[in-house]
Design a protein around this ligand. Structure first.
Ligand code: SME
Length: 162
């Protein structure tokens, strides 16, 4: 399990700094995944899935190799995408349809990326610790997702609807 290497209250300010003057979605998503993984403790995966040709396709991330494609409505990622709402799963073993990428994962939070009416994708964090994620994590990650959405020119990324 990865220990904290910083203060997660710095996350938004550091992300704004990393995105400054840069509109490329892959560049900004890659730096966002790196910041989340570095600053939040007890993670084994942090990264993005983006909506491409009607499916969520893995994007920039930190962690072990992940499943590449997830249908909207499937797994925790697809559920958050369909609901366009953050989903916190305290115990992935009790979430029907959870998709196992790393067998070490025990809990998960998924935050949707939405621009107006458009679903862009999701930000997904996994932890090897049960009950790792709380409303405080949602309150930290939702503004980060919003910041990323506004920082990027999504027409550059082949995301559905742009
Ligand atoms: N567990 C996710 C799949 C993605 S990996 O955790 C990186 C899900 O159920 O959607």
């Amino acid at each position: 399990m990865k220990p904290a290497t910083g203060d997660d209250s710095d996350l938004l300010a550091l992300a704004r700094g990393a995105f400054a003057g840069e509109r490329d979605p892959w560049a900004n998503a890659a730096n966002a995944a790196a910041l989340v993984y570095e600053l939040l403790p007890d993670l084994n995966w942090a990264g993005f899935y983006f909506l491409r040709s009607g499916e969520l396709v893995v994007g920039p991330f930190q962690g072990r190799v992940a499943c590449v494609r997830i249908a909207v409505g499937r797994g925790v990622c697809g559920t958050a995408a369909q609901r366009r709402a953050t989903v916190i799963v305290p115990d992935v073993g009790k979430f029907p349809g959870h998709i196992t990428c790393d067998s070490a994962s025990r809990s998960e939070i998924v935050v949707p990326l939405v621009s107006g009416e458009r679903l862009i994708g999701v930000l997904d964090l996994d932890s090897p610790r049960r009950d790792r994620f709380t409303a405080a994590d949602a309150a930290l990650l939702e503004p980060l997702a919003a910041e990323l959405v506004t920082a990027c020119d999504w027409t550059l990324a082949g995301i559905d609807g742009f």
